[in-house]
Design a protein around this ligand. Structure first.
Ligand SMILES: *[C@@H]1O[C@H](CO)[C@@H](O)[C@H](O)[C@H]1NC(C)=O
Ligand SMILES: *[C@@H]1O[C@H](CO)[C@@H](O)[C@H](O)[C@H]1NC(C)=O
Ligand SMILES: *[C@@H]1O[C@H](CO)[C@@H](O)[C@H](O)[C@H]1NC(C)=O
Ligand SMILES: *[C@@H]1O[C@H](CO)[C@@H](O)[C@H](O)[C@H]1NC(C)=O
Ligand SMILES: *[C@@H]1O[C@H](CO)[C@@H](O)[C@H](O)[C@H]1NC(C)=O
Ligand SMILES: *[C@@H]1O[C@H](CO)[C@@H](O)[C@H](O)[C@H]1NC(C)=O
Ligand SMILES: *[C@@H]1O[C@H](CO)[C@@H](O)[C@H](O)[C@H]1NC(C)=O
Ligand SMILES: *[C@@H]1O[C@H](CO)[C@@H](O)[C@H](O)[C@H]1NC(C)=O
Length: 442
């Protein structure tokens, strides 16, 4: 009796009853809708003998109710269909909750910051303060002008400093006429299109949703689930979590771990061809921020110790390309870009994972450090961290996979040779477009 009880408990706990311990959190696989999270692979602490003396940050805004496109394309069609259906959900297994579930999203709030988003921004401010306890409060924090970026910057400043009136929030126009001189340079680049990647990702959408559709249609034949319904439901896991704190759509009984990985891979394909290595213009869009940051960090003197800028999801991945990080082809000795992201099955070994690159509040940091470290020359070193996870650049030759000053300077110059010429490559309609990001010099 007792043994049988223990046994059935053990079986219930082991997913698939294989006896192997397997932990899976769907919230870490939701790409652009992933709630803020950190999962550093390398040690985020400054390497032994090093002190951070200056840093620049690029931050995506925090959690919003829903992105217009996700809402109109996937979520609203699903919730409309749901409110119309005569299908009964009671007894439909893991779909049972749909009999009482109400959507947390309404048209009016769509792109607004959620309360969870505001809290996460504030916490990031606190965490940055704790990371650099000796830094003076910055005179300025920059943000693009959308309400969700402005409010993220505001909450961040409140968490970072004690006298918020002494840190100015500088609004940077999102207009396309700014060329490269904004925190939204893709707006000023006609060679970029927000629809890039949809065609490729929809191929894989049909692959990974097929078994889910069949399972759901067996549970409730009256609803006629489609691939877009499935995507909308998986998106709701993320959005509902950042609105209400949790969501029944995140249940692992509803979608199995591999099915969340399928959702993630579909998004990774989209971002890969939209703002990643699969789009030729990506590095050109990301380079101005990289170069402006490098100039601030390499200068002998600077107005601030900390430079933080808030933007949208498009910019961080282009900066990743400009930096050469999350490159699926790295260490392969070849550069077969498209082959690294097949459209018919996931490449589980890829490093291009949008959940790590552009979750809500995603932040890219470049730190300047003063080091007296065993085995290295003393001097200044530079290191990149994405969501606190150190990312070795090609120039890494210093402690903690940082780059020495010389190597970093040469690296930036080499990236510039590959990715400079924003105006020439983007061919904007404006005759006053610029190649440089100058907002920090004013
Ligand atoms: C819901 O039902 C109404 C009335 O039958 C219909 O006009 C509308 O197109 C339906 N909407 C959806 C999303 O199925
Ligand atoms: C900010 O507010 C504090 C307290 O109200 C005040 O002492 C200080 O002078 C203000 N600073 C600026 C730059 O306005
Ligand atoms: C280009 O001109 C427009 C219109 O006068 C102006 O708003 C914009 O700031 C200018 N762009 C740059 C990069 O100076
Ligand atoms: C990605 O890695 C490949 C292989 O090392 C390299 O040829 C290519 O230039 C890299 N791409 C970028 C944008 O850095
Ligand atoms: C890679 O895919 C893109 C987008 O589909 C396409 O434009 C490009 O030609 C492909 N590159 C190669 C080398 O096949
Ligand atoms: C780092 O900071 C500590 C504490 O302020 C100081 O003792 C040490 O000398 C500094 N090291 C370097 C390399 O600047
Ligand atoms: C990088 O920025 C510096 C300082 O603004 C500028 O002089 C240089 O031309 C920029 N490099 C490229 C390749 O755009
Ligand atoms: C840019 O275009 C405007 C309007 O066509 C024109 O008035 C202006 O002189 C042009 N500026 C330059 C620098 O060519």
């Amino acid at each position: 009796m007792f043994i049988a009880a223990i046994l059935s408990l053990a079986l219930a706990n082991a997913a698939g009853a294989s006896g192997v311990k397997y932990h899976f959190d769907p919230l870490h696989h939701l790409a652009g809708i992933a709630p803020t999270f950190e999962d550093p692979q390398l040690d985020p602490a400054a390497p032994q003998g090093c002190n951070v003396t200056r840093a620049t940050y690029l931050v995506r805004h925090a959690a919003i109710y829903a992105n217009d496109f996700d809402y109109e394309e996937y979520i609203e069609p699903f919730t409309d269909k749901l409110s119309n259906t005569t299908a009964r959900w009671r007894g439909a297994g893991p779909l049972d909750f749909l009999s009482t579930w109400q959507s947390p999203i309404s048209d009016e709030e769509l792109e607004d910051l959620t309360t969870v988003g505001r809290l996460e921004s504030y916490k990031l401010g606190v965490n940055v303060h704790l990371r650099y306890p000796t830094f003076k409060a910055p005179k300025k924090v920059w943000t693009s002008t959308a309400e969700r970026t402005e409010l993220s910057a505001k909450a961040f400043i409140e968490g970072l400093v004690t006298q918020t009136n002494e840190t100015q929030r500088v609004s940077v126009s999102e207009d396309e006429s700014e060329g490269a001189d904004s925190l939204t340079p893709y707006e000023g680049c006609p060679k970029y299109s927000s629809s890039y990647g949809s065609e490729q990702s929809s191929k894989f959408r049909d692959v990974y949703t097929k078994p889910i559709i069949e399972r759901f249609n067996q549970l409730q034949p009256g609803f006629h689930f489609t691939a877009k319904d499935i995507v909308g439901m998986q998106q709701l896991c993320g959005y509902e979590t950042v609105i209400r704190g949790s969501s029944p759509f995140c249940s692992l009984e509803l979608f199995l771990p591999d099915e969340w990985l399928g959702f993630e891979y579909m998004n990774d394909i989209m971002y890969f061809y939209n703002t990643g290595y699969g789009n030729e213009i990506s590095g050109t869009i990301g380079f101005p921020w990289l170069n402006a940051s490098a100039s601030l960090l390499l200068a002998d003197e600077a107005d601030q110790e900390l430079y933080v800028s808030f933007t949208h999801r498009e910019l961080p991945p282009t900066v990743a390309v400009a930096m050469g990080i999350f490159n699926n082809s790295a260490f392969t000795g070849a550069n077969h870009i498209n082959e690294t992201m097949p459209l018919n099955k996931p490449n589980h070994g890829r490093v291009w994972k949008s959940s790590n690159i552009l979750p809500f509040l995603s932040n890219f940091a470049i730190e300047k450090m003063e080091c007296e470290s065993y085995g290295f020359d003393s001097g200044d070193y530079f290191r990149v961290l994405v969501n606190s996870s150190p990312q070795p650049l090609e120039c890494a030759d210093g402690p903690g996979e940082s780059c020495s000053e010389n190597a970093f300077e040469q690296f930036i110059q080499a990236r510039g040779e590959e990715f400079s010429g924003f105006t020439e490559k983007c061919q904007p309609d404006y005759n006053n477009s610029t190649d440089l990001l100058t907002i920090y010099n004013m």
